[in-house]
Design a binder for this molecule. Structure first.
Ligand SMILES: *[C@@H]1O[C@H](CO)[C@@H](O)[C@H](O)[C@H]1NC(C)=O
Ligand SMILES: *[C@@H]1O[C@H](CO)[C@@H](O)[C@H](O)[C@H]1NC(C)=O
Ligand SMILES: *[C@@H]1O[C@H](CO)[C@@H](O)[C@H](O)[C@H]1NC(C)=O
Ligand SMILES: *[C@@H]1O[C@H](CO)[C@@H](O)[C@H](O)[C@H]1NC(C)=O
Ligand SMILES: *[C@@H]1O[C@H](CO)[C@@H](O)[C@H](O)[C@H]1NC(C)=O
Ligand SMILES: *[C@@H]1O[C@H](CO)[C@@H](O)[C@H](O)[C@H]1NC(C)=O
Ligand SMILES: *[C@@H]1O[C@H](CO)[C@@H](O)[C@H](O)[C@H]1NC(C)=O
Ligand SMILES: *[C@@H]1O[C@H](CO)[C@@H](O)[C@H](O)[C@H]1NC(C)=O
Ligand SMILES: *[C@@H]1O[C@H](CO)[C@@H](O)[C@H](O)[C@H]1NC(C)=O
Ligand SMILES: *[C@@H]1O[C@H](CO)[C@@H](O)[C@H](O)[C@H]1NC(C)=O
Ligand SMILES: *[C@@H]1O[C@H](CO)[C@@H](O)[C@H](O)[C@H]1NC(C)=O
Ligand SMILES: *[C@@H]1O[C@H](CO)[C@@H](O)[C@H](O)[C@H]1NC(C)=O
Length: 856
């Protein structure tokens, strides 16, 4: 084909397929609208590094070309008759920056559909100008970092059919605004309000919603009081989700006349007065999820029995989740005959069940059965005889679990996709694994499995994608039978000998806390650029590995690398020399690395944690790391770093740091007060939760690190511990500006002069200052009165000659020398992030979990 012909072909193709709203002959969108779009897009930077890499992004605005017809632009749709811009979908487009009230977006008055979900508008307030877009039928700004009060003006959007404000953790829906909004949006069908603050909304306001309401999603809104029963009588309601964090909301399901098109009813962590029989009338119900409901047990009728018979007519029911309801009892109905032929997923985790429920035998359509965290000790061998499924079976945390062995039949398990048997006190790798050829996900952590993985004895699991054998008693690993494995977790066993490189398909490899020795084989690197897989998460920590670390460990897609507590030595190789490096966490703590730091670390633009503590690195302060945009934790503790700690006039310098540990080095000079000014950035972050930001490969590690985080770090972050050093000079008055501090410990130093006064400094007690004889003023007993000699202040040169200044700056309140709690592997992965982003990361993580854990 001739060039021009191909061109025309392509043009026609794109006209018909990529932008079906462009009418022929080509109708150009009005100039003012394309200019407004352009100016709107130019007001943001496009930077996908701010977003979770697991999320799919499309940088649509990058392709927008001024002077071309905007109806051909990605994400833009125009009216076929007028050419006006009527729809804009810029969801997940990596837009970064505030969306201001003077934005040209608000000039696009013909817009009917606007989707800005999944961008980062930098905590900007939701402008009241959204209310000018009165033609909108769909508005979606979910998970895009808006904050502040929702403006009353959105009640002008009376054409809205769908409104999604969820996942903007900083947004507040005030009671009176909400009342006006629901009253005025009379056409509304879909209302998604998860993760925004609605604590001042009176629940009865929901009664004034549009009668067309079809979807109502209310997750973690802090609603309190009594939720009106009549909402369940809305005639078109199909999906109702209410998840609370605390049980602060009381619900009552209708006892009579409850019918209608409800397909999905999810109520979690709410007080429920009772489970009325009327629930059995919801013949359209497909999903029933009542996780941790707290039934009012003192009510006359309710005796704690959940009568599953109530549900027996719900023939469309696909998902039934009653997890985390230990007070319910299911045993009384265990012989009932159920016609729940469509039930695919049954979740009865943490229900205090002591026997395998018999009715499960008849659930022929079951594909996913969760009985974890119960007290089931015996599985009947013929339990699953009738079932085609399940494909996913979770029996973990039933201690101890065994198969009834006086039975005539051998255990017959269905063909499984996922089998979860963590914490069941299993002692050996059972033979049945050899018959489970299609098994993809196998969790056996925290059992008592002994022995060795050898080629002779282990020929199972050739299709496994995830295997977790952590916390067992395995002693040797001579061979990997798992040729397709992606996530391989062998941590906390008794493995000895040299490290065997995992199969090339491995993406997550955790073998920490064993007794491995020798060098890391270079084959672990899988440097083959043709290979589509790569290790993203490598954890070799807490072993006795030695030698130089292979250069290629810094290459490719490595995101988390934890090599701490080994005997690696030599220079630290270059990291982040490839394009778009992924490295987020690098932990080389407690090895024998020496030499200077490789300057290439400054290219690690995603780096969040760099721990080089307890090595023999001989260098000056790496001020060149100061511009890394996400660096939260920098630990150089106990090395041979020396010289002045750089002062920089640049405000942004290390401005994202939350933990800086420079103790036990050879630094000299005064406390660099510029840092205290820069650390103001921490105040903004001081009130947000910590989130695991690892590759979320596996639920186990995810929750593990969350638990650790909640226990350890969080409360201590408001303290500053500089105790037990040789700090000299006066306490910098800038410290009083760190108004998030609740505890300060400057004891056992050589500080002198007046203790700063004012703000929260007035609340610190004498203990904060003991062991500094030169300090005076409140609260120490020594006064700085006129009669006292002026406090001695050394000149800088004097200081340098007198002390090799050794100081540490720590944002956590542990004792002398003990700096912070990265005690074991997982905690490494907890990082603070802005809350709205946290939510996104968490959701993305959960999605990955689902993808990985469940059947495709
Ligand atoms: C919007 O206002 C900000 C200051 O508040 C200004 O910097 C920006 O240029 C204005 N943008 C437009 C499009 O007028
Ligand atoms: C409600 O919508 C109407 C248009 O349908 C508008 O005139 C009125 O101002 C709105 N009320 C509020 C409180 O926004
Ligand atoms: C809003 O957009 C996000 C991302 O495209 C999507 O997942 C969500 O379902 C949308 N909300 C509604 C109510 O359509
Ligand atoms: C619902 O609307 C009616 C009429 O506007 C009003 O009287 C009532 O107070 C509203 N109820 C709530 C709970 O907002
Ligand atoms: C139930 O519906 C019937 C018929 O619509 C009606 O007569 C009856 O009063 C309703 N009962 C309640 C308690 O609302
Ligand atoms: C679990 O059930 C047993 C009796 O089967 C009971 O003694 C125990 O209190 C229950 N535990 C909880 C947390 O309800
Ligand atoms: C159980 O249900 C099946 C199918 O619905 C029916 O054929 C059978 O008779 C029932 N058995 C009992 C004991 O109710
Ligand atoms: C776990 O198994 C071992 C050996 O079979 C047994 O001695 C121990 O009591 C079991 N632990 C529990 C909690 O059942
Ligand atoms: C490991 O299993 C034991 C019982 O064998 C249990 O008590 C413990 O809670 C489990 N640990 C974890 C982290 O699940
Ligand atoms: C660790 O390995 C070194 C040799 O590299 C050896 O001397 C030492 O004994 C080992 N330590 C342990 C605890 O196995
Ligand atoms: C650090 O390196 C310098 C030369 O670059 C050398 O003079 C000094 O002795 C080294 N310090 C240590 C503790 O190895
Ligand atoms: C401040 O930052 C700019 C740009 O990043 C850089 O060119 C300049 O050298 C820095 N100044 C100091 C004192 O570090």
């Amino acid at each position: 084909m001739k060039g021009w012909l191909i061109h025309l072909y392509f043009l026609l193709f794109s006209l018909f397929f990529s932008s079906n709203s462009c009418a022929l002959p080509l109708l150009s969108c009005p100039h003012d609208q394309s200019a407004a779009l352009n100016q709107f897009s130019n007001s943001f930077s496009v930077d996908c590094s701010y977003f979770d890499p697991w999320e799919a992004h499309m940088t649509k605005t990058i392709s927008w070309m001024e002077g071309t017809n905007c109806c051909l632009w990605d994400g833009v749709n125009t009216d076929t008759e007028t050419g006006n811009v009527i729809a804009l979908d810029l969801s997940f487009s990596c837009l970064v920056g505030p969306l201001q009230s003077n934005s040209t977006l608000f000039l696009l008055s013909h817009l009917r559909q606007l989707n800005l979900a999944g961008n980062n508008f930098n905590m900007s307030p939701m402008a009241s100008q959204f209310g000018q877009l009165t033609s909108l039928t769909h508005l979606n700004i979910s998970g895009s970092g808006f904050s502040g009060k929702i403006p009353l003006a959105i009640s002008h959007l009376s054409e809205l059919l769908s409104l999604d404000l969820s996942g903007n953790y900083g947004l507040i829906f005030e009671g009176h605004v909400f009342e006006n909004v629901v009253k005025n949006l009379t056409q509304l069908r879909h209302l998604h309000l998860s993760n925004i603050d609605m604590s001042s909304v009176v629940p009865t306001s929901f009664l004034n919603m549009s009668s067309y309401i079809t979807t109502l999603i209310l997750e973690e809104n802090g609603l309190q009081g009594k939720f009106p029963e009549d909402v369940f009588h809305f005639p078109y309601l199909q999906k109702f989700d209410l998840f609370e964090i605390e049980n602060q909301l009381e619900l009552k399901f209708p006892k009579t006349n409850w019918s209608g098109p409800l397909k999905s009813l999810q109520v979690r962590r709410a007080y429920l007065q009772e489970l009325p029989d009327s629930i059995g009338n919801l013949r359209s119900l497909e999903i029933l999820d009542l996780l941790r409901i707290q039934l009012r047990l003192n009510s006359d009728k309710f005796n704690g029995n959940f009568e599953l018979d109530k549900l027996s007519e719900l023939s469309k029911l696909e998902v039934l989740s009653l997890s985390d309801n230990a007070l319910l009892s299911f045993t009384s109905v265990s012989n009932a005959n159920y016609s729940l032929s469509n039930l695919a997923r049954l979740e009865l985790s943490s229900c205090n069940i002591s026997e395998f429920p018999n009715f499960v035998r008849n659930l022929e359509g079951l594909t996913d059965l969760d009985l974890s965290y119960n007290r089931i000790h015996v599985i009947e061998a013929d339990m699953f005889l009738k079932l085609k499924g399940p494909k996913v079976l979770d029996l973990s945390h039933n201690i101890p679990l065994s198969v009834r062995d006086d039975s005539e039949v051998d255990l017959v398990l269905p063909i499984l996709n996922s089998l979860l048997l963590s914490s069941c006190n299993i002692t050996e790798l059972s033979n049945f694994l050899t018959t489970q050829e299609s098994l993809k996900y196998l969790h056996l952590s925290n059992n008592s499995i002994q022995g060795q993985i050898t080629e002779q004895e282990n020929n199972w699991g050739s299709n496994l994608l995830t295997l977790d054998l952590s916390d067992n008693l395995l002693t040797a690993l001579e061979y990997y039978p798992w040729k397709s494995i992606q996530v391989l977790v062998l941590g906390s066993n008794l493995l000895e000998g040299p490290l065997l490189a995992p199969p090339p398909s491995t993406m997550v490899f955790i073998i920490s806390n064993n007794r491995l020795n020798g060098e890391v084989p270079s084959s672990i690197c899988n440097c083959n650029p043709e290979s589509s897989n790569f290790i993203v998460y490598l954890d070799l920590s807490y072993n006795n590995l030695s030698g130089a670390i292979s250069k290629c460990l810094g290459f490719r897609q490595l995101s988390i690398s934890d090599l701490q507590m080994n005997n690696f030595n030599g220079n630290i190789p270059d990291f982040c020399v490839e394009r778009d490096p992924k490295l987020r966490i690098l932990n080389l703590n407690n090895n024998d690395f020496d030499g200077p730091l490789p300057k290439s670390l400054a290219n690690c633009l995603r780096l969040e944690v760099l721990n080089l503590g307890n090595n023999m690195i001989n260098d000056t302060f790496p001020h060149w790391l100061g511009d890394l945009p996400w660096l939260r934790v920098l630990v150089l503790r106990s090395n041979y770093f020396h010289g002045q700690i750089a002062h920089s006039a640049n405000e942004s310098h290390f401005s994202t740091l939350q933990i800086l540990d420079l103790s036990h080095n050879k630094f000299s000079g005064f406390l660099p007060t510029t840092y205290f000014t820069n650390f103001k950035g921490m105040m903004y972050l001081a009130n947000v939760p910590m989130v695991y930001i690892g590759p979320s490969a596996d639920q186990h590690y995810y929750t593990e690190s969350l638990v650790v985080t909640m226990k350890g770090n969080l409360a201590a972050l408001e303290s500053l511990d500089l105790s037990c050093n040789k700090l000299v000079g006066e306490i910098p008055s800038e410290l009083t500006d760190l108004n998030f501090l609740e505890v300060i410990n400057l004891s056992e130093n050589q500080l002198v002069g007046l203790i700063p006064q004012g703000k929260q400094f007035n609340t610190f007690l004498n203990d904060s200052y003991v062991g500094n004889t030169g300090l005076c003023g409140f609260p120490v007993s020594k006064s700085c009165g006129r009669g006292d000699p002026p406090p001695a202040i050394l000149e800088e040169e004097e200081v340098n000659s007198a002390f090799g200044l050794d100081w540490k700056f720590v944002m956590m309140g542990y004792g002398c020398g003990l700096v912070f709690g990265f005690s074991a592997g997982y905690i490494m992965m907890t990082i603070r992030r802005p809350k709205w982003l946290a939510g996104m990361v968490q959701r993305a993580g959960n999605r990955v979990l689902r993808r990985i854990n469940k059947n495709h």
